[in-house]
Write a protein of this length. Structure first.
Length: 352
């Protein structure tokens, strides 16, 4: 423990060396050469920015189906994912008649960074993600309100730790017909240290304004590092290589291990969400990867049981990135998302 704290203290001089001019957000990304057309931007894809108060700028994208849309979905990706990794899914949902919005998390993808190291996933709190989600729904998407059958459904999909953001947004009053949690993370399957020690060090470092450093031994992005398939996030080699292809072609999209403050923010969000689950009146559909459940058998089941209206569907044998899995596993997952969007709620969204 003392040795790790010393390692963090040795990084103090770096605080004064940070260049504030290299953290700006960006919109357009370069399509990797020879990338299969199914992984390229959907037809009509457009980028935008959302900023609330003094929070950092976050990038979002949107694409619409041909003809009249039958519903809308807002996707909140997990750690390290940019919107580009969801292009195939967005195009699939467009083809089924839905408008697809993807809001990138703070400090990821094309969003503004809090440090000059763009491959460092650094935040001090998940609260700005929640605030940006609320702003997206209220000021950008503006799903029509009305009685049952008088409007098209609006669904939020939170993937990985994006599920924490989605649930916290519901607890703070965001209105949606249904929320889908795809392979949600309510704990970390492979933390760099024991959970208790990691939380203690992460919160200590954040309190000393040292939260922007990584846990000692964790690395930034590497060209020779594993892609999604190599990291065992999916069984599909082609889909597993997509995010890495975009990172190779766009240095600003590269992401390595998170900062210490990110770990503190993650567990703060887990605690906050857990305290207020009973306030969530919106129906929740939890889609779990079988291998995630094997690694962390308790959290998903506990959270779903604590929610007033939650239904869990499990995909045995599937790895974490359900949207990047092989067709045999991804097709039923995509069909479930479609089914949720097609269904109508029994009553209008509850007022906060």
């Amino acid at each position: 423990m003392r040795r790790r704290l010393l390692s963090l203290l040795l990084l103090l001089p770096l605080v004064a060396c940070r260049d504030e001019g290299v953290r700006a957000p960006f919109a357009e990304s370069r399509t990797p050469p020879s990338l299969d057309v199914r992984f390229q931007p959907p037809a009509g894809w457009a980028w935008g920015y959302v900023k609330v108060g003094d929070d950092l700028v976050q990038r979002y994208g949107v694409s619409a189906p041909r003809g009249v849309a039958r519903g809308q979905i807002l996707i909140l990706p997990g750690y390290g994912e940019s919107a580009e990794g969801w292009f195939e899914t967005a195009a699939n949902l467009n083809g089924r008649g839905y408008v697809v919005w993807i809001l990138e998390r703070q400090g990821q993808g094309g969003s503004e960074r809090a440090t000059p190291w763009r491959d460092l996933g650094h935040v001090t709190s998940f609260a700005p993600d929640v605030t940006a989600t609320r702003a997206m729904v209220k000021a950008v998407i503006r799903p029509p309100q009305g009685g049952v059958g008088a409007r098209d459904p609006f669904v939020i999909l939170g993937a990985g730790d994006g599920g924490l953001v989605a649930l916290r947004a519901l607890e703070e009053g965001v209105l949606a017909d249904t929320v889908i949690l795809s392979s949600p993370n309510f704990d970390l399957a492979d933390p760099p240290r024991s959970k208790t020690e990691l939380i203690r060090i992460a919160r200590w470092a954040r309190g000393l304004k040292l939260g922007f450093v990584r846990y000692p031994g964790q690395a930034g992005w590497k060209r020779e590092g594993p892609d999604g398939f190599g990291a065992r996030l999916t069984h599909d080699p082609a889909r597993g290589a997509v995010q890495q292809a975009w990172r190779l072609a766009n240095p600003d999209l590269r992401m390595g291990a998170p900062s210490l403050a990110w770990y503190a923010a993650f567990y703060d969000a887990v605690d906050a969400v857990g305290r207020d689950l009973k306030r969530v009146r919106t129906p929740v559909v939890m889609l779990d990867a079988g291998q995630d459940v094997k690694a962390l058998p308790g959290p998903q089941r506990t959270v779903c049981a604590a929610l007033p209206r939650c239904v869990e569907t499990r995909y045995p044998g599937a790895r974490h990135a359900l949207h990047l899995e092989t067709d045999s596993l991804r097709a039923p997952w995509l069909q479930k998302v479609d089914q949720v969007l097609r269904s109508r709620t029994a009553s209008p969204p509850a007022k906060p």
